[in-house]
Write a protein of this length. Structure first.
Length: 290
């Protein structure tokens, strides 16, 4: 394999990895703040995809349709959290109750989408048809837009978490919710907003992937599995770890597939996960508990 082709595969890996990072970062936020494994997270990717298709059918600009799809996924996520998950989280033994509830929500949302939109795969128009050709590396403009949007959303989320009162409240809630309540942090509202933020990121990912992969009721399942791999690799609950691990996994997958075949993509992902967990059970960017 030539060096230029290998470099092109690495660039494609970064683009795919940015989507892994976007989905996984939202999942990591939810787990880190709420201590909840959201098995329905992939369905918010699917809802973002269908949201984009609907917005484009109304002749909206893609630059309005993408954030609108993310906001629609966040609104649905907030409603589901308030009605279903928040009451369960207050109960004793809530970890297993919320796992069962999110699994049920995953099945419900898939079948709801199947009932409303049908089983056909719905294509979405490309936002840009051009191709970037730099130093023998050819990358479709649509994929470049995916990378730009993913990095922009992740950067905005990082600034939000790092430099705003909401970010400080979220970090306090994640570290010690009872102590946060004592000093006046509205823990209940922070948790609800965190769930909405995580589902917004998943919805944006689904909207950006819609032109690449036809939208269907099951499109979120493979991304959810990859997101779990990335979250464990990066360190459970680590936002920056999820971003870094997502990019790493995307590059490793792309180069591995170019050296083998596409059938080995998932095998490569899980082999990387096994190696990481074997040597660092707390993840590449996590901290070992004492």
């Amino acid at each position: 394999m030539s060096f230029s082709l290998l470099l092109e595969q690495a660039v494609n890996g970064v683009i795919v990895g940015s989507m892994y990072a976007l989905v996984a970062a939202g999942l990591a936020l939810i787990y880190g703040t709420l201590r909840m494994l959201n098995f329905a997270h992939g369905e918010f990717v699917m809802l973002g995809g269908f949201g984009l298709v609907f917005a484009l059918s109304m002749h909206w600009s893609p630059w309005i349709a993408v954030p609108a799809a993310g906001l629609a996924a966040a609104a649905i996520g907030l409603a589901i959290y308030r009605v279903v998950l928040e009451p369960l989280a207050r109960q004793e033994g809530s970890v297993f109750a919320t796992i069962a509830a999110t699994l049920g929500l995953s099945i419900f949302l898939q079948n709801f989408a199947l009932r409303v939109f049908g089983e056909q795969f719905v294509p979405a128009a490309y936002f840009s048809e051009g191709v970037f050709d730099i130093a023998d590396i050819r990358v479709p403009a649509q994929r470049v837009l995916i990378l730009v949007v993913a990095l922009a959303v992740l950067a905005a989320a990082w600034v939000l978490l790092r430099y705003t009162p909401f970010g400080r409240a979220l970090r306090a809630t994640a570290l010690d919710p009872e102590a946060a309540r004592v000093v006046g942090v509205p823990v209940t509202r922070v948790r609800a907003a965190t769930f909405a933020l995580g589902t917004f990121m998943a919805g944006v990912a689904g909207a950006m992937l819609a032109p690449i992969f036809a939208v269907n009721p099951w499109m979120g399942v493979p991304l959810l599995l990859k997101a779990f791999v990335v979250v464990v690799m990066g360190g459970l609950g680590s936002f920056s770890g999820a971003i870094s691990a997502g990019l790493i996994l995307g590059v490793v997958e792309a180069i591995g597939v170019s050296l083998t075949s596409s059938e080995w993509r998932d095998v490569i992902s899980y082999l990387v996960l096994i190696v990481v967990v074997w040597f660092r059970p707390w993840g590449l960017f996590g901290v070992a508990e004492r």
